[in-house]
Design a protein around this ligand. Structure first.
Ligand code: HEM
Length: 126
């Protein structure tokens, strides 16, 4: 089948649902909440913009914030391998709960694994 634009296959509404659910998990994950702001409203808003363009939709993030430079934007935060795993586990749970189409889920999650690994900027504490 002809490959389509993942953003269009998922749809803005489902993407928004996914990201809200994801941050509800981040907010209570013991490895993650200490490095995130208490109020995740603005973080979720930016993530929706970013994921939209990451998945082939309009460049909403860049239009408001400039070049994504995601690794650089994460440098102020200690992103350890453990935190990358935790981030991905919150995302995997959220993806299961919103019931993304299996092909989209596989494609999207595999890309996020690579991006999350790329974001690591610190070793785990001993
Ligand atoms: C922002 C952590 C992976 C996209 C942030 C912030 C933290 C964080 C602490 C700042 C939140 C704020 O101040 O509002 C992490 C951790 C990751 C991770 C622990 C584990 C690997 C990712 C990945 C993506 C991503 C894989 C994208 C695919 C974003 C975006 C923002 C953000 C778009 C907002 C940037 C901005 O303020 O302009 N992340 N992140 N993050 N993260 Fe991550």
């Amino acid at each position: 089948r002809k490959p389509l634009i993942p953003y269009e296959e998922i749809g803005a509404e489902k993407l928004s649902e996914l990201i809200d659910l994801f941050y509800s998990k981040v907010a209570v994950h013991p490895d993650l909440y200490p490095i995130f702001p208490d109020d995740l409203t603005e973080t979720a808003r930016k993530q929706k913009q970013f994921m939209t363009q990451y998945l082939g939709g309009p460049n909403l993030f860049s239009e408001e914030h400039g070049h994504p430079m995601m690794k650089a934007r994460h440098m102020p935060f200690p992103i350890t391998p453990t935190r990358a795993e935790a981030w991905l586990s919150c995302m995997a749970e959220a993806m299961d709960e919103v019931e993304l189409d299996e092909n989209i889920r596989d494609f999207f999650f595999r890309r996020l694994v690579l991006t999350a690994k790329h974001m690591v900027n610190k070793e785990d504490d001993q």
